[in-house]
Design a protein around this ligand. Structure first.
Ligand SMILES: [Zn+2]
Length: 380
């Protein structure tokens, strides 16, 4: 059997650094055999420049929004951004699919091997069918008016049936401020033990809507013609207001968490909910309102942080490397080992893909990449 043997400047396993002078041995199809000291690796070792790592996991993307690249200018702030997405969503299916295809290719070149992808439509279905990337499709549902819940949910279920034919899929809520208690209930009851995701605490406006009710979030509802006069702010942050609605999921990926506080984290840890991951998308946070996920969260939740690019509507590229580089710029004290763990093993575990992806362990096929000067090269 033909083996491939790689020796880089350093070798990251997905969980930690391998001892210096380790060699990664895989089968020709990329299936991991072992990591051994160079003295035991035999001949035909391929020397590579840079850090060797398992392929990256993009835990939050919206492939179907790829055609919006460059359409919304940076730094508009959250509410104008959300309104712009609504007005720019429309395009021909050909244009949407062509842009999605190129985005999928870009992710592969960037060393990404799996994606947690939000779907509001079926527009990404054909691209995913053909892709070599592994996708978990999160069919997203929203509706802040309780009377629309059943209808919205049925539409999502129809889409979910299509996506689950081509890979893992679940029906997920959009965000605390866009889902009614009735709709949360339908989502929570639908598939107990599943994996869910939700945009969470992406802006101060979101928290304020729940804490005091005085928030620019109201302008968003006015602009889309939804009367929210009935809404009584519960006086807590958005996360604290809705977490109990998601208590049947085995895993939950909360996305953004820009205004999540230590108090929110303490609250979450007391809740009877599933394993919770925090997906950070610093590129999109910078693009929309020049914010960044809080350092306390990154430093206290090392085993629960995962990385997402969000969409090309709110980012310049779909590159996990660029996300890591941004985090390293804002938080130079965070060890590279942690950044890489978030982008590999943690992401795979959050998406239920750790049996195959995320780390160099025997029989897995996680992809092999090198990282040098924040540039990725794919080896396998
Ligand atoms: Zn998103």
């Amino acid at each position: 059997m033909a083996y491939r043997k790689f020796r880089g400047t350093k070798l990251f396993t997905g969980k930690s650094w391998a001892p210096q002078d380790s060699v990664l041995i895989t089968q020709s199809n990329g299936q991991v055999e072992s990591i051994v000291p160079i003295a035991e690796a035999g001949d035909d070792i391929q020397p590579v420049e840079g850090i060797i790592s398992p392929g990256f996991i993009n835990a939050h993307c919206h492939l179907e929004l790829s055609h919006m690249a460059g359409k919304i200018p940076p730094h508009t702030g959250m509410i104008p951004f959300l309104l712009s997405v609504m007005t720019h969503r429309q395009a021909s299916i050909e244009a949407i699919q062509e842009a999605s295809y190129h985005a999928d290719q870009q992710m592969q070149q960037e060393g990404i091997v799996a994606v947690g992808d939000i779907c509001n439509t079926l527009n990404s279905l054909d691209i995913k069918k053909l892709s070599t990337l592994k996708y978990h499709s999160f069919v997203e549902v929203s509706g802040f008016i309780g009377a629309t819940a059943q209808n919205r949910f049925e539409q999502a279920r129809t889409a979910w049936q299509k996506f689950r034919e081509i890979g893992p899929a679940s029906i997920s809520p959009h965000a605390p401020y866009s889902v009614s208690p009735e709709l949360f209930q339908l989502i929570n009851d639908f598939d107990p033990g599943t994996l869910l995701t939700m945009h969470n605490q992406e802006s101060k406006a979101e928290n304020d809507f729940f804490i005091s009710g005085q928030s620019p979030m109201r302008d968003l509802f006015t602009a889309i013609g939804v009367n929210v006069d009935f809404f009584e702010p519960p006086g807590t942050t958005s996360m604290q207001a809705v977490l109990s609605y998601l208590n049947k999921a085995a895993k939950l990926i909360l996305v953004h968490n820009v205004v999540t506080s230590p108090d929110d984290l303490a609250f979450l840890q007391k809740q009877p909910i599933g394993e919770t991951y925090f997906c950070v998308c610093p590129g999109a946070n910078q693009y929309i309102n020049q914010s960044i996920p809080p350092g306390f969260l990154l430093k206290s939740q090392v085993d629960k942080i995962v990385i997402g690019t969000d969409s090309l509507a709110s980012n310049h590229q779909l590159s996990i490397t660029e996300e890591l580089k941004l985090l390293a710029g804002f938080y130079p004290e965070i060890p590279l080992e942690h950044l890489l763990q978030w982008a590999t093993y943690n992401g795979a575990k959050a998406l239920n893909m750790e049996n195959k992806l995320g780390s160099f362990e025997k029989a897995k096929t996680p992809g092999v990449i090198t990282l040098k000067d924040w540039k990725v090269t794919r080896l396998l």
